[in-house]
Design a protein around this ligand. Structure first.
Ligand SMILES: [Zn+2]
Ligand SMILES: [Zn+2]
Length: 329
């Protein structure tokens, strides 16, 4: 289970992370609303509802202007954003990558094809004549497997988000933990050890035991993101309601393999191969606010057993902005 404490994040406002986030939003705003430029910086700050003071915002934008990312113009006591440059936004986004259906550049017939390709990973053990491993990155023995595996042609162009340095890991038995000492949280991501009809490498809990966890003590108002297995979709909704949440949404994670195709050999599922997972979104003590800039589908690689995609953390950070919850604490 991952928890984000409001105060930890709020303390970081004004750091380079907050500046990068602000700049990315300014660049996105400039691109989406060229008709509104020029715009003076104080109205821009109000419009974007960024939780940073105006002078920090001005400093961030002045730095970006020196780097050529944006253009500013001073007039009387106002500074206007006049133009957004062609540089990539400071906060990396990886929304659309077009993968070449030919997989490798060697097999691609399109001259100077701009789509992403893959490189076969071959070892002493590989027998190229056998073709692709049907498990690819889900292969249990990639070092000794005789089939072909792949990696992207270029290294992944954008880094994955790194965990915040202010985070503290608490390792313990959830059934015996002193939950009240943890404090209150604005956002909770929960991946309970659901009991499923399968032998698992970790201890599980029956639904009633999960329901009995004192989740209510962790949050007076905020969001709970609850990962559920397909068989626990109904139980998950019931649990959220039991803990006092309104179920407002359901995020779907579509798992992809090394070749960025739907991972149809996920090795889970009793009837069909399970190539997706659900994360239910519960909201409590707040007026339901739309986060329409976000998408309810995450397309990301399946990694180690149980490990969820990092993309969810970015989504939560953007939806539950530090210091924007309408309740004092
Ligand atoms: Zn191609
Ligand atoms: Zn293999």
């Amino acid at each position: 289970m991952a928890l984000a404490r409001r105060h930890d994040v709020a303390a970081e406002v004004g750091t380079s992370e907050a500046s990068a986030m602000a700049l990315a939003q300014v660049v996105a705003f400039g691109r989406n609303h060229p008709e509104l430029l020029p715009i003076d910086l104080s109205s821009l700050l109000r419009r974007l509802a960024l939780p940073i003071p105006l002078d920090n915002f001005q400093r961030t934008l002045a730095d970006a202007a020196r780097d050529g990312a944006i253009e500013l113009q001073a007039f009387d006591q106002w500074t206007f954003l006049t133009h957004v440059g062609s540089l990539a936004p400071a906060t990396p986004t990886r929304r659309f990558v077009h993968y070449c259906p030919s997989t490798t550049r060697a097999a691609c017939r399109e001259l100077g094809c701009a789509k992403a390709h893959f490189v076969p990973i071959t070892t002493r053990k590989t027998n190229v004549a056998l073709g692709d491993c049907k498990y690819l990155d889900q292969c249990h023995r990639p070092e000794s497997c005789a089939y072909i595996h792949y990696r992207p042609e270029a290294p992944q162009p954008l880094p994955l988000p790194t965990p915040p340095t202010s985070a503290t890991a608490v390792v313990g038995d959830v059934t015996a933990l002193d939950w009240h000492s943890l404090g209150k949280f604005d956002a909770i991501i929960m991946d309970p050890p659901w009991e499923i009809n399968m032998k698992l490498s970790y201890a599980t809990l029956p639904d009633a035991a999960i329901q009995g966890l004192p989740i209510a003590s962790l949050q007076d108002a905020g969001w709970l993101f609850l990962w559920v297995t397909t068989g626990k979709l109904v139980a998950g909704r019931r649990l959220l309601r039991h803990w006092g949440y309104t179920v407002v949404d359901d995020i779907v994670w579509v798992k992809v393999d090394q070749l960025q195709r739907v991972a149809a050999q996920g090795r889970t599922g009793h009837w069909l191969n399970h190539s997706h997972e659900h994360c239910l979104v519960g909201q409590k003590g707040l007026a339901v606010s739309a986060a329409r800039a976000e998408c309810d589908v995450i397309v990301a690689a399946a990694r180690e057993s149980s490990r969820k995609p990092d993309e969810l953390y970015g989504l939560v950070e953007r939806c539950v902005r530090a210091g924007t919850l309408p309740h004092p604490r």
